[in-house]
Ligand binder design. Structure first.
Ligand SMILES: [Zn+2]
Length: 439
């Protein structure tokens, strides 16, 4: 039973500790029902990596190297304009100095390059597969050095009259993909069999929570078609793919889901061609890292009440208001860190905690539409890694945010910041992508 691994994967310490004495309400949905087994750990706090081959050889601290006097360099007039190019990937056990020596640089030239690159990149994080490219002048000094590290990020250092170091993000290509699969045992297995990113199982579980009991509905033989986007650098997929559209054909009924493009947050569910539900998630493309309800402390083992849900997300990811309302609090609160609280109709509130920043254009008391950007993901308050703690309170008591329908029922006619996406356009695109995949 892979589901149980989720409890082991929950490493995000959240505000639950501060809320432990809040009376635990009924959890309407067992944790298992909300979660999909996943082979991936939550996308948080990757450990600093010393590489698979053990600690690297000792290296001079980057700071010491960065302070190398730069005026020891010969002036441009003395330097031949002829340059040679050298490049290769880091191999196990190598540090930057070893590579630079291999390129034929002397100790002074090596220190200059290490110092420059080390000023923007922690050289202890150098790993096999990272690539160094050098332009070397006729007198054996580096003219330009480029280190390509994880995910295609480049650190460029230029030497000579105007030395500089800059970090360049990769130029990614956004590709649309589609796939089709039949469910036999679980959505997760069906995705895996068809080569569709398995992380979408979580997106599907989240989106159907409260609408469709997937465990009851799926008996085997259901068909699923999915369209998604991914970013590529050459042949490599960079970052996490994002689901755009899903069609779930249960035989008797057909469900379709449209997820919004980046920059918006409204998701639409259709059943047999009718729009049955639109709702907003506070954050796009994020993974649920901790469910609502009582949970066992990952280290100490005792059970505490988690008053909301956690989404693991990158630092700075945009957080959206899930429903129209009035901002009732914005600022620091013990445990929650920097947070925004929005008061909706009928004594319903939403809370967005651990933010790194709030949207400075907003003020307490201001009315905002659903989908409004309210802040950025952070790790303030009782938190060990960037994530959003999202809470829904009804008459002051927390309810399960993903399944409770109070929020979706209070649509007061305030238009959403984004216009809805056409189901016809989504279907056409899926069909075209599947046809292209077949051809
Ligand atoms: Zn939390």
């Amino acid at each position: 039973m892979r589901l149980r691994y989720w409890t082991a994967l929950i490493v995000t310490v959240c505000v639950a500790a501060t809320l432990s004495f809040r009376e635990a309400r009924q959890t309407q949905v067992p944790v298992d029902a909300l979660l999909t087994p996943s082979i991936d750990a939550p996308d948080i706090a990757p450990p600093a990596d010393t590489g698979p081959d053990g600690p690297e050889p000792a290296e001079q601290p980057a700071e010491a190297l960065a302070e190398e006097p730069q005026d020891a360099r010969p002036s441009d007039a003395e330097v031949s304009t002829e340059v040679s190019n050298w490049s290769r990937a880091v191999e196990p056990g190598e540090n930057l100095d070893v590579l630079l020596a291999d390129a034929g640089l002397d100790a002074v030239a090596r220190a200059e390059v290490s110092g420059a690159i080390g000023s923007e990149f922690d050289l202890r994080r150098l790993k096999p597969g990272h690539t160094l490219a050098l332009e070397i002048t006729a007198d054996g000094r580096a003219k330009n050095a480029t280190l390509e590290v994880d995910d295609g990020v480049n650190i460029h250092a230029a030497f000579g009259a105007e030395p500089s170091v800059r970090v360049a993000p990769p130029t990614l290509e956004s590709i649309r993909q589609a796939g089709e699969t039949e469910i036999e045992n679980s959505i997760y297995a069906a995705l895996e069999d068809a080569g569709i990113p398995t992380r979408f199982a979580t997106d599907l579980e989240l989106v159907f929570a409260g609408t469709l009991d997937l465990r009851r509905a799926l008996v085997g033989g259901e068909r699923m078609r999915i369209a998604w986007r991914e970013n590529r650098l050459g042949d490599r997929v960079i970052g996490e793919p994002t689901i755009d559209f899903a069609e779930l054909d249960l035989g008797e009924e057909r469900y379709e889901v449209i997820w919004p493009e980046d920059g918006s947050s409204r998701t639409s569910i259709f059943k047999d061609d009718d729009l049955i539900l639109t709702f907003d998630q506070p954050i796009r493309g994020a993974r649920l890292s901790s469910a609502f309800g009582p949970r066992k402390h990952p280290i100490h083992g005792y059970v505490r009440m988690h008053s909301g849900v956690d989404f693991a997300a990158e630092l700075g990811a945009t957080v959206h208001a899930t429903q129209a309302g009035r901002i009732s609090f914005m600022g620091q609160k013990s445990g929650y860190g920097l947070m925004v609280e929005i008061e909706h109709a009928q004594d319903i509130k939403t809370i967005y905690a651990h933010l790194s920043a709030v949207n400075e254009t907003l003020q307490v008391g201001q009315r905002i539409p659903a989908g409004q950007k309210i802040g950025d993901v952070g790790s303030t308050g009782t938190s060990t890694a960037p994530h959003l703690h999202y809470e829904v309170l009804v008459e002051g008591s927390p309810v399960p945010p993903l399944t409770d329908t109070h929020l979706s029922r209070i649509g007061d006619g305030t238009p959403h910041v984004d216009s809805p996406i056409s189901i016809d356009a989504a279907r056409d695109q899926l069909a075209a992508l599947l046809a292209a995949a077949d051809g």
